[in-house]
Design a protein around this ligand. Structure first.
Ligand SMILES: *Cc1c(COP(=O)(O)O)cnc(C)c1O
Length: 387
């Protein structure tokens, strides 16, 4: 088998007819929308509580890699303060926050693009670079949003095999053609938790041609001890965009705010692709405070490392396979992931089934507080003992 293979270009053979609206309207819809399978998020706590007749406090959600300690308390205070001015449009340019982010990484403001979650930056990159002739490269078990976006824009999605769930950057560089516009490297990757090292990245960057943008999605960058440095490539002016988010370590997933770091020539293009007020004022205020809350960041890292160690050890004792993780979640091979998800859900624990990632035997579990991890393990044991 070659080191990489082409997925069939995702072009609908015909318009589907199952949708509940008249054919005449559907026939006018963007043809790439018709066959798009919508992103399925982790099941919400409120919905689960309603369905089970439980109180939301009785549910443990370890399905979306959120921060189990909650938001930075400094961020909460800043959001409360900002709420008084909710009648005023936000600073569309996000001056204060972009300045603070730039300072933190010794970059300048024109390297920073804010997004409504870092997911929006993914979309801005696609708006800027994709069309029907373009190709996007990602790893076989990469974050699924890249594939959804490529489909939406009618581009060709090229999936490169990732033995042992680790991105094969050599294979990804081999897959680059004249039509390649974007290569996505999620590091650490979701849902696998694996990380590529500095040496592999440096070799990849030596091979990256000028017509391709390398996107390093670093949503979990703050969790590992020694993550590789790709910001040096931003400073050198290479065609690199680094994605970061406030949704994970900072505990602000509900606010929808993230950012891209890129050389000014690239960041400027992304700025043109965004809505005028894409990030809201409460999110900007909360993010600004969270960025400086080093105590909350370090405490989150400690709780995560401890919880990850606890779960890995428990699974090893049980002879259950898991993938070594550099992030705040764990990919676990328990067999029949959909059933394990459903049966754990019945007991109020929300994990994530992985069949959407073509991993039907696996589930993904986010690391919680010590009490949550204990409950997750108890329910997991009960579900496995029951089959
Ligand atoms: C969670 C996550 C994001 C962040 O999404 P937001 O839109 O910032 O909430 C981005 N990339 C990956 C790989 C993720 O897991």
């Amino acid at each position: 088998m070659p080191a990489w293979h082409l997925t069939e270009a995702i072009v609908p053979a015909s318009f589907p007819t199952s949708a509940p609206f008249p054919m005449s309207l559907e026939s006018h819809a963007n043809r790439f929308i018709c066959d798009l399978v919508a992103y399925e998020p982790g099941k919400p706590i409120e919905e689960t509580a309603r369905e089970l007749g439980l109180k939301p406090e009785q549910i443990v959600k370890v399905a979306s890699n959120e921060n189990p300690l909650g938001p930075s308390p400094l961020a909460v205070k800043a959001i409360e303060k900002a709420a008084k001015d909710a009648h005023i449009y936000p600073d569309g340019g996000g001056y204060m926050l972009r300045q603070a982010i730039a300072d933190k990484y010794a970059l300048s403001m024109d390297h920073v693009v804010l997004g409504n979650g870092s997911n929006e930056i993914i979309e801005l990159l696609c708006h800027t670079f994709l069309n029907r002739d373009a190709e996007l490269i990602a790893a076989e078990h990469a974050f699924v949003v890249y594939k959804l976006m490529a489909t939406l824009f009618g581009a060709k999605y090229i999936e490169v095999a990732d033995p042992d769930f680790i991105h094969d950057l050599e294979g990804m560089a081999d897959a680059i053609t004249d039509n390649t516009r974007l290569v996505f490297i999620a590091n650490p990757n979701n849902p696998t938790g694996t990380m590529v090292d500095q040496q592999s990245i440096d070799r990849f960057m030596e091979r990256l041609p000028d017509h391709v943008v390398a996107v390093f999605d670093e949503a979990y960058h703050e969790f590992p001890d020694n993550p590789p440095d790709v910001l040096k490539y931003v400073r050198e002016g290479r065609n690199v965009c680094v994605l970061r988010t406030f949704s994970k370590i900072h505990g602000l997933a509900a606010l929808r705010i993230g950012y891209g770091l890129a050389p000014a020539h690239l960041a400027g293009l992304l700025q043109k692709a965004r809505q005028p007020f894409n990030t809201n004022a409460l999110a900007q205020a909360g993010a600004l405070a969270a960025l400086a809350d080093e105590q909350h960041i370090q405490q989150t890292r400690r709780v995560n490392q401890q919880g990850l160690g606890y779960l890995c050890e428990a699974l090893t004792q049980r002879g259950i396979e898991w993938v070594p993780s550099f992030a705040n979640f764990l990919l676990i091979k328990c067999g029949h992931g959909d059933d394990v998800f459903k049966n754990m859900l019945k007991q109020g624990v929300i994990v994530r089934a992985m069949s959407g990632y073509k991993l039907p035997d696996w589930i993904r579990v986010s690391i919680g507080t010590p009490e949550e991890n204990k409950r997750v393990l108890e329910v997991f044991d009960a579900v496995l003992a029951d089959r």
